[in-house]
Ligand binder design. Structure first.
Ligand code: HAM
Length: 410
């Protein structure tokens, strides 16, 4: 609802302004997909196994409400085969059956980008830089960027084996929840925020010992590029993300003011195998998504990107049937003056009350006298200045000059 709804719209507009500068084009993925599009995200992914809203439709198709949009973008890439590199941005709601709390909801909005068709580390840099620039454009200053590389698929597999062996050795020291996570996905144990797991996680092997030379060079290029363009980051060798499709570069934007379980404002990385998993040609991909709901909470905490005043400029009060208000509203709106009115032939008192409540700066009043003499009264609703009477033909220019002198004074 307003004014928050307008703030949401501005959030997406601000994102479009940043990514549009880099030539990304809007894709509007469907809310519903065949469940197979998402099950490819991995059996070890909670988002898929535990949190998906899925159902069988009237045609016996197994359908899911999208829990994220990367898989849908890849599915539509496979279907339409656009020219690569394919640079897409998107926004909209996603659905996950999670335990709702501040910053974690069952329906939440994201904005994001995906680039398909290039292995160049400069794509990784551009993508991270876009996310960073967008968050900065909102006025956020307490965001931290964490970055890591999961290496090439073989590196990652060897690392997962090593982690598994290490955690199995110390399994009795892990929380029951982490013991269960270990059976499904040893990488995700690193993500545990439970105090009892901290000591075991602290001594766990690190991914960088498993990087191939190519993976190490790729990561170094990404880090150097970010430094070159002034994007500050911390290398976090234990950064793993909730979705299972990542390879190589992974990153997360963390809000400095939020509770640590919900402090990821956004994140992303490379998912070079996903398009092929969805039946397309081998096509590398990299992107990120930023959560709108959570990022606006961070904006509230930092006192930036606040909801703006959506009030009208003018409220027309007409006690002579409403025809004059119709004409005045039409004329003023066409010239760019935000104008409201009331209906139902209400009394002068009731209409003035509505005018004051609307937040409009000026009331334009047409009473019996004004109706007869083709005039209108302009009253400033936020000052004690005397009201003035103007002819209907001068009304628009008079209001325009008042509104622009107010703007000049701001
Ligand atoms: P994700 O980390 O699952 O990544 O979600 C990205 C962001 O969406 C989170 O950082 C958070 O701000 C927001 N988010 C996720 N779940 C919730 C929730 N239940 N309530 C509120 N906000 C939430 C992805 O979705 C990947 N598709 C990102 C990506 C794009 N990777 C590559 N390309």
């Amino acid at each position: 609802m307003a004014p928050e709804s307008a703030r949401w719209r501005r959030f997406v507009d601000a994102f479009e302004a940043v990514v549009g500068m880099a030539g990304y084009e809007l894709v509007i993925p469907p809310l519903l997909e065949d469940i197979g599009v998402f099950t490819r995200l991995g059996e070890a992914t909670d988002v898929v196994t535990k949190e998906m809203y899925d159902f069988v439709d009237k045609g016996e198709r197994h359908i899911a409400l999208r829990p994220e949009q990367t898989a849908s973008i890849c599915r539509s890439f496979v279907q339409h085969r656009p020219i690569t590199p394919f640079k897409a941005w998107y926004s909209g709601p996603n659905f996950r059956y999670e335990k709702p709390q501040r910053g974690r909801y069952r329906q939440f909005d994201q904005v994001g980008v995906e680039v398909l068709g290039s292995l160049d580390p400069y794509v990784d840099i551009e993508v991270v830089q876009l996310g960073w620039s967008f968050l900065a454009s909102l006025g956020l200053t307490k965001v931290e960027l964490a970055i890591n590389s999961l290496g090439e698929p073989d590196d990652r597999a060897r690392y997962v084996d090593a982690l598994n062996a290490y955690f199995l050795q110390r399994i009795n020291e892990l929380s029951v929840e982490s013991q269960q996570t270990l059976a499904r996905n040893p990488l995700r144990v690193l993500d545990s925020k439970r105090g009892e797991d901290a000591a075991v996680i602290a001594d766990a092997p690190l991914i960088n010992s498993f990087w191939s030379e190519a993976a190490a060079i790729h990561f170094e290029t990404v880090c150097e590029g970010l430094t070159a363009v002034g994007v500050p980051y911390t290398v976090d060798l234990k950064l793993v993300r909730g979705l299972d499709y990542y390879r190589g570069t992974t990153f997360e934007f963390r809000g400095g003011t939020l509770d640590s379980a919900q402090n990821a404002l956004g994140g992303g990385g490379r998912y070079d195998g996903l398009v092929a998993d969805l039946g397309g040609p081998e096509t590398p991909g990299v992107g990120f998504a930023i959560g709108l709901d959570r990022t606006l909470l961070a904006c509230d905490d930092e006192g930036v990107f606040s909801a703006s005043d959506q009030s009208a400029d003018v409220f027309v009060v007409d006690v002579c049937g409403g025809r004059a208000a119709l004409e005045i509203c039409t004329q003023l709106r066409a010239s760019g003056i935000r104008t409201e009115r009331s209906w139902d032939g209400r009394s002068m008192k009731a209409q003035m009350k509505a005018a004051n409540r609307s937040g409009a700066r000026f009331a334009v009043i047409v009473g019996e006298d004004e109706h007869r003499t083709e005039t209108a009264v302009i009253r400033d609703l936020r000052s004690d200045a005397d009201q003035v009477s103007v002819s209907r033909s001068e009304l628009m220019s008079s209001l325009n000059s008042r509104l622009s002198s107010l703007q000049g004074a701001e």
